[in-house]
Design a protein around this ligand. Structure first.
Ligand SMILES: *Cc1c(COP(=O)(O)O)cnc(C)c1O
Length: 375
């Protein structure tokens, strides 16, 4: 079903079109070429890293990070219960076992105490997700003593204590899916400062094939390469990074003003921000009572808003895996809504979304109090 106001939309300019056309004209359209090289170089500058490897998508990047760290069958990887499912699926894809830890109320990201309580001799890594534009508490997570894979797929441009996300895990991962803040359509990357890790990941991503000896394979690899056409679009998006992130954050600011979170004593609140974080908008996220009712109403009105993910440990695909108590994840999941958001989303559409949410919450509140009076 298509909505009058979609959940997200892309901002593509002449620059993306020109670069893509140039890649096509060059004949270099598969997983190597100047644009791939340039895209990776530009990523290292943007993320303050020494190595970056472009991948087919963010999920492949997560798998590549796990394989790079040598994680395999019998190993456990601690991940948040509250996140997009690809994080758990990637762990399972490499044969390892996801273990779900709770998040904190203040940040909605991994709770370092919860992580510590789930560490066993089989624990090999943590995947720290910078959830909905908000960085994790890296100082505390690093003290847990396990290698951290930072999943910054939803947090392009966010800062942890003033420093850009994507440089805190031993490996960081991004997605460039069309609904992310910077996009190549489908795409992703891993980044690291560890040269040996970078070489190993590049080898895995490229069929395990020796860099200068074609068809000589030193390991059984994968093909996770981003195409040159995709990277060409990515180069344009990286050139426009500051502009696109600012435009997205401007949409979040318009939402904040329109909802008037602080002034009104409404049941509607913004996603919280922890003291260490300078978030960057991915999708505007709010919490409301009756989240499902509000979303149903919005969708009936042609607005593609969504309740946030159900906690992973409660979903059919992941129910059989271990988890700690995840009460905070469950509470957030029951009240959080993702609203339509994209760079340059027109203000009238933002105001229409806000009006619809306000109307739906008032209506549902009235229904509840009417029912109370009947009792
Ligand atoms: C989008 C997303 C991914 C997956 O990225 P794809 O490019 O869609 O494969 C992984 N982790 C998180 C947190 C995401 O939001």
């Amino acid at each position: 079903m298509s909505y009058r106001i979609p959940l997200s939309s892309v901002s593509l300019s002449q620059l993306e079109a020109q670069h893509a056309q140039d890649a096509i004209s060059s004949g270099w359209i598969s997983g190597s070429g100047n644009y791939v090289t340039h895209f990776e170089e530009q990523l290292t500058h943007r993320l303050n890293r020494t190595h970056a490897i472009a991948t087919t998508n963010g999920t492949a990047a997560l798998e590549l990070a796990l394989l790079g760290l040598g994680i395999a069958t019998g190993d456990e990887v601690i991940i948040p219960a509250l996140t997009f499912a690809a994080v758990a699926s990637a762990v399972i894809a490499v044969g390892a076992t996801p273990v779900f830890a709770d998040v904190t109320e203040e940040s909605w990201t991994l709770d370092p105490d919860a992580v510590r309580s789930l560490i066993t001799p089989r624990s090999k890594a943590i995947i720290a997700v910078d959830l909905i534009g908000h960085p994790c508490n890296y100082d505390l997570l690093l003290q847990c003593g396990l290698p951290i894979i930072e999943d910054a797929a939803e947090a392009h441009g966010a800062l942890y204590r003033g420093q850009t996300v994507g440089q805190f895990g031993v490996i960081s991962v991004f997605s460039f899916h069309a609904n992310k803040a910077i996009t190549t359509g489908e795409g992703g990357c891993v980044a690291t400062d560890d040269q040996a890790l970078a070489e190993r990941m590049r080898l895995i991503a490229n069929h395990g094939m020796h860099a200068s000896q074609p068809y000589w394979h030193t390991m059984a690899g994968k093909n996770y390469r981003m195409t040159n056409v995709t990277a060409a679009i990515g180069c344009a998006q990286l050139q426009r990074w500051d502009e696109l992130i600012a435009a997205r954050n401007a949409v979040a600011a318009t939402y904040r003003t329109a909802f008037d979170f602080n002034a009104r004593n409404r049941q509607i609140q913004d996603r919280p921000t922890a003291s260490w974080a300078t978030p960057s908008c991915w999708l505007q996220c709010i919490t409301v009572e009756q989240a499902h009712g509000v979303v149903d109403q919005g969708r009936r009105n042609g607005i593609d808003m969504r309740t946030i993910w159900a906690p992973l440990h409660q979903q059919p695909a992941f129910r059989d895996y271990q988890h700690g108590p995840c009460l905070v994840s469950e509470r957030i999941s029951a009240k959080a809504i993702l609203l339509p958001t994209w760079s340059y989303m027109p203000a009238p559409l933002i105001h229409e979304v806000v009006a619809t949410v306000l109307q739906a919450t008032d209506l549902l509140a009235q229904e509840i109090s009417a029912r109370r009076h009947l009792l």
